[in-house]
Design a protein around this ligand. Structure first.
Ligand code: PBG
Length: 331
């Protein structure tokens, strides 16, 4: 076996072409799922202070963004709703309204931009007046009644044309219920992307501002989202979701949980996604705006780290700007 001084690993780092030639992982626009916020009130575009560069969009502006993303080679987009306070209730009834904001947005995108995939989040938190992902009785988040409702919401969104439904609530048994609901309604081709390993994280702050739940949220989500200290149970959540019928699984947040992504990919070899959540994006933007870090560079490095960890794709608020940069670089 050769060793230094015959073997010199720096030989293969000498030039740009050499570094490109031996790169083990690559980032392309096809790795990105654009994360968007749609709003049912106000002007077409409204800045979100804690999420610089991201705006709450009207359906019209969302369709324009969908076209933009499709033109850049981004395969899919995920939609999150900012619902007017007057439509938020204890029972989240608006979540199941077939004429609601999300199904209308899905229909509009599918009509105008048929070749972008549409991912819809299935959870109740944008629609509850307490900001939780489940129905409540007193202080308790009710599992089974929530699951029943999620299955209905999933079917309604598939009826509207969603290609992928993504339950993000962390109730037990919801993947099986959603799959059953979809199949019974004839939506056998609609895929499920499960937020299988979702942690009770401080990194969701800006998202809760964006969809207007941060003021309302009572308590925290630790009785359903996972403890950041744990990895064994993350593998168990993924295993159960796959058994229940998930086509793809997701880890959320992303960068603080690269070990979880890597373990899941190694164990199950299934399509595995990461959600680069609002707080990850916002802290990079903030450091960039302060001149402390080179934003473009660290965003690329962060996204590449997901690929290296084994991800098949990344949900990110930065999808459009990153795809533009990749295009300019000839990727
Ligand atoms: C909840 C949901 C959350 C996000 C997506 N769906 C936050 C939460 O659990 O409170 C976070 C997304 C982000 O931070 O970018 N159903």
């Amino acid at each position: 076996m050769s060793a230094y001084p015959q073997m010199r690993l720096r030989r293969l780092r000498r030039t740009d072409w050499m570094r490109r030639m031996i790169a083990e992982t690559h980032l392309t626009p096809a790795d990105l799922i654009l994360t968007t916020i749609v709003s049912d009130a106000g002007p077409d575009r409204v800045d979100i202070p804690s999420l610089p560069g991201v705006q709450r969009l009207s359906i019209k502006a969302l369709v324009e963004q969908a076209q933009n993303a499709a033109d850049l080679g981004i395969p899919a987009m995920a939609i999150f709703p900012n619902i007017s306070d007057s439509d938020k209730t204890e029972d989240a009834a608006e979540a199941a309204n077939p004429k609601g904001l999300v199904p209308e947005a899905v229909r509009a995108i599918k009509a105008a931009v048929p070749d972008i995939g549409v991912v819809v989040d299935v959870a109740l938190d944008p629609y509850t007046n307490h900001g939780h992902d489940g129905l409540m009785e007193g202080e308790t988040i009710l599992n089974d009644p929530t699951v029943e409702m999620l299955a209905k919401v999933g079917v309604m969104l598939a009826d509207a044309g969603a290609d992928i439904v993504a339950p993000s609530d962390m109730m037990d048994g919801r993947i099986e219920a959603v799959r059953q609901g979809l199949d019974d309604a004839g939506h056998t081709d609609v895929a499920i992307l499960s937020y299988a390993a979702k942690f009770a994280s401080g990194f969701y702050g800006p998202y809760r501002d964006a969809i207007g739940t941060s003021a309302a949220l009572k308590g925290d989500k630790r009785t359903y989202q996972m403890n950041p200290a744990n990895i064994d149970v993350a593998l168990r959540e993924v295993e159960l979701d796959l058994i229940e019928g998930a086509d793809m699984v997701m880890v959320k947040p992303g960068m603080p949980y690269l070990d979880v992504i890597s373990a899941i990919k190694a164990e199950f070899s299934r399509p595995t996604f990461a959600f680069q959540v609002s707080g990850e994006y916002a802290m990079m933007k903030a450091a960039g705006a302060n001149g402390w870090l080179d934003y473009d560079r660290i965003m690329m490095e962060a996204l590449l780290s997901f690929k290296r960890a084994g991800c098949d794709g990344i949900l990110t608020y930065a999808a459009i700007e990153v795809a533009e940069r990749l295009k300019n670089a000839g990727v």
